[in-house]
Write a protein that binds this ligand. Structure first.
Ligand code: FAD
Length: 338
């Protein structure tokens, strides 16, 4: 079925008002600061709106891409065709279970730094390794985000998803499904939600985006349960602060998407990239950071193609010198073409 852009836009304007925008530059919605337009852009902060949009997209066969804060995403210069919707559902509550433990029930769009700022003074610990992770908790589940020897999987109890896989085939309302921790296949920067989306490299060495379903992702994380434990508020605050300061010392200040590559077993991607002489190497407005070689930064006016060229260069050189194949941590989205 053809995507009737203007018809879809009119319908979305009727339903979501000015929240629906045409030709919105994705560079505004990702921390790399690169990427062309989304045909239609929406930011959703209510669960009912998310379910409505997904159901409408199933019914009309609209192409839909759901994202979080765009802190682990490289959008193509040609942008994304169809609708891109940011999951900005940001409510949470804490259910005390015992004097020592509580279950945090958070919507997928809750931002990690904001949450920590609010949990630390209350003396709830468990997520304090993450003040430097600027994404949403939903995005964090996808990659099992982590830092400072902690990761979300260590405290994650369950995840609630909107499952469009059957709904698309049968043109029905997508069901809400709950997965327990053991069903999530959590590993180092990995979960079941990423299994089909590993970035590959073409024969010239450029990264290629994973193929896209009409509605992507097919399992949309809406809510999650995280186990917290009581700790001294001063101590939680001090840990959060120490992690923040460590970041300031070791990571670049320019726009980036954090670590570009996963660390190969027993080594560090940054060390390998530095060893092949690429620290500070530039392509257009993108640069392999002088401070941390596993970061690619936008030093001004970078294009997604510049970033992709640096990814190719780092991957090629590390492969030929060390025989190590660097797997990407950042995801590619949009119309990458040739
Ligand atoms: C300066 C900096 C430092 C960083 N440091 C770290 C770090 O220490 N550790 C670490 O792990 N990461 C780090 N990151 C990367 C990033 O913040 C995490 O991967 C984060 O979890 C991504 O969340 P997001 O909401 O921005 O996801 P996005 O980039 O918006 O999305 C990533 C992918 O997940 C999918 N997705 C997003 N939300 C959902 C949802 N609700 N349901 C289903 N799929 C979804 C999207 O379609 C996309 O494919 C860093 C990034 C930056 C910019």
């Amino acid at each position: 079925m053809r995507f009737e852009l203007e018809t879809a836009y009119d319908e979305l304007r009727r339903r979501f008002g000015e929240w629906a925008r045409r030709d919105e530059p994705l560079a505004r919605h990702c921390t790399f600061g690169v990427g062309g337009p989304a045909d239609i852009w929406l930011s959703l902060d209510a669960r009912a709106d998310l379910i409505d949009l997904v159901t409408l997209s199933v019914q009309h066969d609209w192409p839909l891409l759901l994202v979080g804060n765009g802190t682990n995403t490289l959008y193509a210069d040609a942008g994304v065709r169809g609708i891109v919707a940011r999951i900005a559902l940001n409510a949470y509550r804490i259910e005390e279970q015992t004097e020592q433990d509580a279950l945090l029930i958070a919507e997928a769009g809750v931002s990690w730094p904001r949450l920590l700022n609010e949990l630390a003074p209350l003396g709830w610990a468990g997520l304090e390794f993450g003040p430097g992770i600027p994404g949403t908790l939903g995005g964090g589940v996808v990659s099992n985000a982590g830092a400072h020897n902690g990761n979300l999987g260590q405290v994650l109890q369950w995840v609630e998803v909107l499952d469009v896989r059957q709904a698309v085939m049968q043109n029905t309302v997508p069901p809400v499904v709950c997965y327990q921790h053991d069903e999530l296949d959590l590993g180092y920067r990995h979960s079941r939600f990423r299994a089909q989306r590993r970035v590959q490299y073409d024969e010239r060495g450029f990264p290629i985006a994973a193929s896209r379903a009409r509605i992507e992702p097919q399992e949309i994380i809406m809510r999650l349960g995280v186990m917290l434990h009581r700790d001294d508020p001063q101590r939680v605050r001090a840990t959060v602060e120490a992690h923040k300061q460590h970041r300031k010392r070791t990571q670049p200040v320019q726009q980036s998407a954090g670590s570009v590559f996963k660390n190969p077993e027993g080594d560090h991607a940054g060390r390998l990239i530095e060893a092949v002489g690429l620290k500070g190497y530039r392509c257009g407005g993108a640069q392999i950071s002088e401070r941390h070689a596993n970061f690619i930064v936008n030093v001004g006016g970078a294009k997604a193609a510049d970033v992709a060229t640096l990814i190719k260069e780092a991957h090629d050189r590390v492969l030929s010198r060390f025989g190590a194949h660097l797997e990407m941590e950042v995801e590619l989205r949009g119309e990458w073409g040739e």
